[in-house]
Design a protein around this ligand. Structure first.
Ligand SMILES: Cc1cc2nc3c(=O)[nH]c(=O)nc-3n(C[C@H](O)[C@H](O)[C@H](O)COP(=O)(O)OP(=O)(O)OC[C@H]3O[C@@H](n4cnc5c(N)ncnc54)[C@H](O)[C@@H]3O)c2cc1C
Length: 468
């Protein structure tokens, strides 16, 4: 048993927690970070953003080499892949990234505790590690324990036949038939990985469209393009039962609105129906920490819980469950703790789907604006009319900008197309700066570049796009 006192104790070493720790250390606070995984980086670096992008990149290169070079006059015969080598690439990327956080912790003199942290009373954290329990105290304590896959009642995750995203990132072989339950970002990205490597992928989605939190027009185009790549969809369909039969699975499906049942067989079933806050074992109830109806830790605009000195950030407080949102909250909280004015603009948090083509959005969708009764103008420009996209043979998709009908201020932007995840940054900056569509329209964009599609969409808001 040893005791240590810190200005700040962070529980959870994911993008929210480790960034809060680094920023607080930069600001002169003594900081400890408690993380139960052996490696820092949280879900994102270990079993989320980074490994999924490593496999998306690897499978994309394979798929392009095998099927996508003919249009450029390149014949590539006998292209094959080595799954173990792809996994080794992914594992190396994870290791390099997580070691990078270790380096940053040393650089910023952050004390690292390996073990599960729980609240031991106001200002106290008890850590259960390999060497028993350690109690530390913090003037401020931040819960940044993230999220975990939401289970589907009636389906037991065994990580071999019924897998979570973690299992789907480490399959030992390409399944012949992969069923993905849930047509959200994680399901589509991981379905894409295995589809490119040869799996027959069927997505079962309860709602009547995929990517339900994205602009409906984008979701529709995405479904068409993924369908062209061989992905099949069963929308407005619910999974009512799933059983393992030897090394395969049998699912019982039913229309979401009720009706006759059907069965669907698979070699692997990925359950990707969402993520829930990871709060188990933290001792929240004993301390009386308030939660929202959906179980997230309730916080105010300054990330304060109802317990003095106890804060929470990242996935565990809900909102956009994204790594960069958690990071921004980590920075904002550290700054607030030293009396600065940290703030996160929820309207300027981009969201990206790393399929092909990519989908990226920021701000409001058309549906949200309609629902809120906000009058808006939409400007749209297709990549088909963009020279750089044509040169790269990546002409699917469009840029859509939504601006206030009266003030012309940009309220939302939606891109489906090549490099959408990078292109969206310009529109995030525009929203953060309160820019009007006219501001983008009058800004010179390099030619030929995909960014010209953004300028043209901004011009289209005022009905004066040049190239359509
Ligand atoms: C497959 C997948 C792909 C994703 N892709 C993207 C993407 O491309 N872009 C994106 O922005 N987001 C993506 N996400 C979401 C992203 O990973 C999360 O939003 C992000 O990791 C949240 O950060 P966090 O710090 O709040 O929590 P986490 O990253 O979940 O970190 C929380 C950490 O707390 C630790 N912990 C929990 N309880 C305790 C305890 N009691 N004591 C000590 N430690 C504890 C956990 O071990 C974990 O390491 C993806 C998620 C998944 C699953």
């Amino acid at each position: 048993m040893s005791n240590s006192t810190f200005d700040l104790v962070v529980i959870g070493g994911g993008p929210g927690g480790y960034v809060a720790a680094i920023r607080a250390a930069q600001l002169g606070l003594s900081v400890a970070c408690v993380e139960k995984r052996p490696a820092l980086g949280g879900t994102c670096l270990n079993v989320g953003c980074i490994p999924s992008k490593a496999l998306l990149a690897a499978s994309h290169h394979y798929h392009t080499a095998a099927h996508g070079l003919g249009a450029f006059g390149i014949a590539a015969e006998g292209v094959s892949f080595d799954l173990a080598a792809m996994m080794a690439h992914k594992d190396k990327v994870i290791a390099d990234n997580t070691k990078g956080i270790d380096f940053l912790f040393r650089k910023n003199k952050i004390t690292r505790f390996v073990g599960a942290g729980r609240l031991g009373g106001e200002g106290t954290v008890i850590i259960s590690g390999a060497e028993g329990e350690t109690t530390i105290t913090g003037k401020a304590i931040v819960i940044a324990t993230g999220s975990e896959s939401t289970p589907l009642p009636g389906i037991e995750i065994d990580e071999t036949v019924f897998v979570s995203s973690t299992g789907a990132l480490a399959l030992p072989a390409v399944p012949k038939r992969l069923v993905v339950i849930g047509g959200g970002v994680i399901g589509l990205e991981l379905g894409t990985v295995w589809g490119r490597l040869g799996a027959e992928v069927t997505v079962v989605e309860f709602l009547d469209r995929i990517l339900p939190f994205h602009d409906a027009e984008v979701s529709k185009v995405m479904q068409r393009l993924l369908g062209q790549q061989g992905m099949q969809f069963k929308l407005a369909t619910k999974v009512v039962a799933g059983e393992r039969i030897g090394e395969t699975a049998r699912l019982t499906l039913e229309p979401a609105a009720g009706g006759p049942q059907e069965t669907l067989e698979a070699d692997v079933v990925l359950v990707a129906i969402g993520r829930r806050p990871h709060v188990e074992g933290l001792g929240l109830d004993a301390l009386g920490v308030e939660r929202t109806k959906r179980g997230f830790i309730a916080v105010d605009a300054g990330y304060r819980t109802n317990i003095p000195g106890l804060y929470a950030i990242g996935d565990v407080i809900g909102g956009a469950m994204l790594a960069h949102k958690a990071e921004e909250e980590g920075v904002a909280l550290a700054e607030l703790l030293v009396g600065q004015h940290g703030h996160v603009n929820a309207e300027a948090i981009p969201s990206v789907v790393y399929t092909w083509p990519e989908v990226a959005s920021v701000g409001k969708s058309e549906e949200q604006l309609k629902q809120a009764g906000i009058a808006y103008k939409a400007g749209k420009f297709p990549f088909l009319a963009n020279g750089r996209a044509r040169a790269s043979n990546e002409v699917e998709g469009f840029v859509k900008i939504l601006a206030d009908a009266t003030t012309d201020q940009i309220l939302g932007a939606h891109i489906i197309g090549p490099n959408a995840g990078e292109l969206i940054a310009e529109l995030v900056v525009a929203i953060e700066f309160g820019a009007a569509a006219e501001d983008i329209a009058r800004t010179c964009h390099a030619h030929p570049s995909l960014t010209e599609a953004i300028k043209e969409a901004a011009l289209a808001v005022a009905g004066r796009a040049i190239h359509v």
